[in-house]
Design a protein around this ligand. Structure first.
Ligand SMILES: [Cu+2]
Length: 239
């Protein structure tokens, strides 16, 4: 019942989920919120009940003595919290391992470089290789085909930023001096926000962009028009 109520709230309040692992992250979030929420309610209820009891007895004098009965309650609660924690840990660990694992070999590699206060996105051109002359560089725009594994290679030119795709449920710190790789599979065609989720300076608030997810054929069209007509030879353009 509580879960049902929660999931309808979630659909209403949260951004749409547009990647293969977004639903798993939402489920984990819901699990943590439920477990913590239940413990909070239980703790407050016990506290209220003890206050009410102590007030009725009108016994002053500070803390109760730790009798065996009370110690038993403390141990039961501690074991309960530990088991809940363990359940979150087990579930979270599996998801985490999947999220930070290396991208599958067929992934489309895209370089995203952060700076104060914009994202420079380098897409591979029609040759599919990053770092060649037909690469497509855009400011604050990331173009990807739907249902294709995308690997973002994140770099920073100055300070720590955080690459945030809310609908993909991907948020990764971007650090100067190193490259961090993360991957995702977009599952919905459309335009979705990109944000910086790390306070990175005075213009942090305007460090946004858009993630454009194309259908496979639209992506090919975009690729060739963006790369310029001189590069789209008939041979390369053949599907
Ligand atoms: Cu930033």
């Amino acid at each position: 019942m509580v879960l049902l109520w929660f999931s309808s709230i979630q659909r209403w309040l949260w951004p749409p989920a547009t990647s293969t692992f977004a639903a798993d992250i939402d489920a984990l979030f819901l699990m943590i919120a439920s477990v913590v929420g239940l413990w909070l309610a239980a703790t407050l209820a016990v506290l209220e009940w003890l206050l009410w009891k102590a007030n009725r007895r009108r016994r002053g004098g500070g803390l109760f003595a730790a009798e065996a009965r009370e110690i038993r309650w403390i141990v039961v609660a501690a074991v309960g919290v530990f088991v809940s924690d363990l359940a979150i840990e087990v579930r979270g660990q599996r998801l985490w391992e999947q999220l930070v694992s290396a991208a599958p070999p067929n992934a489309l590699a895209i370089r995203v470089e952060a700076r104060q206060f914009a994202w420079t996105v380098l897409h591979p051109g029609p040759d599919g290789e990053l770092g060649t002359t037909d690469d497509i560089e855009l400011q604050n725009e990331l173009h990807v085909p739907v249902d294709q594994t995308v690997e973002v290679r994140l770099r920073s030119r100055d300070v720590v930023h955080s690459f945030f795709l809310p609908t993909v449920r991907l948020k990764q710190d971007v650090l100067p001096g190193t490259e961090v790789r993360r991957w995702f599979v977009p599952t919905e065609v459309g335009t979705f926000p990109i944000a910086c989720a790390e306070l990175c300076g005075f213009g942090h608030y305007r460090m946004g962009g858009r993630l454009v997810v194309h259908s496979a054929s639209d992506y090919q069209q975009w690729l060739f028009s963006a790369a310029g007509s001189e590069l789209s030879t008939p041979e390369a353009g053949a599907q």
